[in-house]
Design a protein around this ligand. Structure first.
Ligand SMILES: Cc1cc2nc3c(=O)[nH]c(=O)nc-3n(C[C@H](O)[C@H](O)[C@H](O)COP(=O)(O)OP(=O)(O)OC[C@H]3O[C@@H](n4cnc5c(N)ncnc54)[C@H](O)[C@@H]3O)c2cc1C
Length: 468
């Protein structure tokens, strides 16, 4: 690594401690909280992408269904309004990971992932939702020599599975995006792109309301109990008696206790710069404005915004003892400073650029980096959590799968091992925290040396991992 520029802290000095995407004057007005008892056919808990797609798809399956969505804060408050906006067809956290876990299902999983994003695009078009979607693919870069072989293998794998991918040498990748740190890169032209996640959430919120979904924001669900042939749902001011309940609550404290062992709440940190000047834009190239990631276990993801800022996130994924998810965790000076330093190492020509926004978002990591699906309470409660940092596209697949499970419908989706089998559980505290720290340290060592140590190889044998 090059030495850190001295002005990282200075560059952060005036940044606002809130997500960039939702910080807009034209944010929609929040729906009123729930204040009176009610009943419904389906109650959805959580107003992120998983919850919103669940509402829209439930109405598509049965327009007469009475659907209520309750959100503790406001729509897009969680990961769905805080992410990088990378829109991917992958349902398996990448091709290599899917192949390692479900080799025989991979062709089906790829097809379902491609159908999923095609249907999302068609939906946005038919609803007139402008979420700034650009199907520009992405580039993954090597910044350490050992990552070059991994990228070559990854390029071959992408090609084998029908993606348009090419390996670029250092000169070619640096000619595209001007960073002295790049040693090579894989340019993938298919399989996804970038969007504005807040505009997506707000567009889906409008579409759900237009279909008759009753949305209440500022309404936290505080408990669920069986109530004859329904579920009684407690909120601060009123109860809901719902025939079915769908939990779309990411890694926030789970309303169903068993989810604690399957989902690890991890905070992922993000910065956004001020808009770049024309001179600064020409200093970095990047004419396709595609999404960028570097390789390694601890990786950055970065992209340009429509108004020529750079969003820069990732690397320092933090787990707090005892699954803490209080709002105080959304700011961590150490992580934001580290991110700022790494930004200027990647783009030294941008020294002097300032950050306007800094935040963190909650990632629901599972030990196999794909969601856990299931039902409880006699099949009346369904859940889709654990998208592990790749849920912008996959959340719609997760929503549809959980609706299938709740309706007791056997479909191609519900037959998948990805759906039927649960990820390996994480141990409870006080073991959980030290094991996560040991694993993070082992991953960081591998990033430096290129060698997978004995601890990680042991976890691999059980199909267990730590990722954001
Ligand atoms: C920093 C960051 C970057 C990411 N980048 C990408 C990316 O570039 N591409 C990608 O594909 N994925 C990315 N992800 C992941 C992606 O954002 C999520 O997987 C996706 O948005 C799906 O979110 P969700 O709806 O399941 O959860 P959320 O959006 O978190 O929604 C859950 C909602 O449930 C509400 N809630 C929780 N408990 C209750 C309760 N008891 N009562 C009522 N409401 C409750 C919360 O307030 C929250 O709004 C990223 C995530 C983070 C945090």
């Amino acid at each position: 690594m090059m030495s850190a520029p001295a002005d990282a802290s200075e560059a952060l000095r005036d940044s606002a401690p809130r997500p960039f995407w939702t910080d807009r004057a034209d944010a929609p007005q929040a729906c009123a909280p729930l204040t009176a008892h009610t009943t419904c056919d389906l109650l959805i808990v959580g107003g992120g992408l998983t919850g919103l797609w669940s509402a829209i798809e439930a109405k598509a399956a049965d327009p007469s269904a009475d659907v209520v969505l309750l959100e503790a804060k406001e729509v897009a408050f969680g990961a769905s309004g805080r992410n990088g906006g990378f829109f991917s067809e992958s349902l398996t956290h990448g091709i290599a990971h899917g192949l390692a876990l479900w080799p025989s299902e991979m062709p089906t999983l790829l097809r379902l992932g491609r159908e999923n994003i095609a249907e999302i695009i068609a939906f946005l078009e038919s609803e007139g939702i402008d979420a700034g979607l650009r199907m520009c693919g992405k580039t993954a870069v090597a910044i350490k020599p050992h990552q070059l072989d991994e990228l070559r293998e990854s390029t071959a794998l992408h090609q084998e599975f029908g993606e348009r991918a090419v390996m670029l040498d250092a000169d070619a990748v640096q000619a595209d995006v001007h960073s002295p740190t790049y040693l090579g890169g894989m340019r993938v032209l298919s399989g996804g792109g970038l969007l504005d996640p807040a505009l997506l959430c707000w567009g889906l919120k409008r579409a759900a309301i237009a279909r008759g979904v009753r949305i209440h924001e500022g309404t936290a669900v505080t408990g669920l109990v069986s109530d004859g042939d329904a579920i009684s749902v407690r909120t601060p001011h009123a109860r809901v008696r719902a025939a079915r309940v769908l939990l779309a609550t990411n890694a926030y404290p789970p309303l169903l206790r068993r989810l604690r062992s399957r989902v690890l709440p991890i905070y992922d940190h993000v910065l956004v710069t001020e808009p770049l000047s024309a001179a600064q834009l020409s200093d970095i190239g990047w004419s396709d404005s595609q999404g960028m990631t570097d390789s390694g276990n601890q990786f950055h993801y970065y992209r340009r915004t429509d108004d020529n800022r750079i969003l820069w996130g990732g690397y320092d994924a933090v787990y707090y003892f005892g699954n803490q998810t209080d709002a105080g965790r959304e700011q961590r000076e150490q992580s934001h400073r580290l991110l700022a330093q790494q930004f200027f190492e990647t783009f030294p020509q941008l020294a002097g650029l300032r950050f306007t926004h800094r935040w963190a978002g909650l990632i629901d990591s599972t030990s196999r980096f794909t969601p856990v699906f299931g039902t409880a309470m006699g099949g009346r409660l369904g859940y889709a959590v654990g998208f592990t940092g790749l849920g912008v596209g996959a959340s719609r697949f997760g929503a549809r799968t959980t609706l299938d499970l709740l309706a007791n419908r056997s479909t191609e989706r519900t037959a998948l091992q990805l759906v039927q089998r649960k990820p390996f559980p994480f141990p409870p505290e006080p073991l959980r925290y030290p094991l996560v720290q040991v694993t993070r340290a082992a991953l960081a060592r591998e990033d430096v040396s290129g060698h997978r140590g004995i601890w990680l190889r042991t976890l691999d044998r059980f199909g267990i991992g730590f990722n954001s």
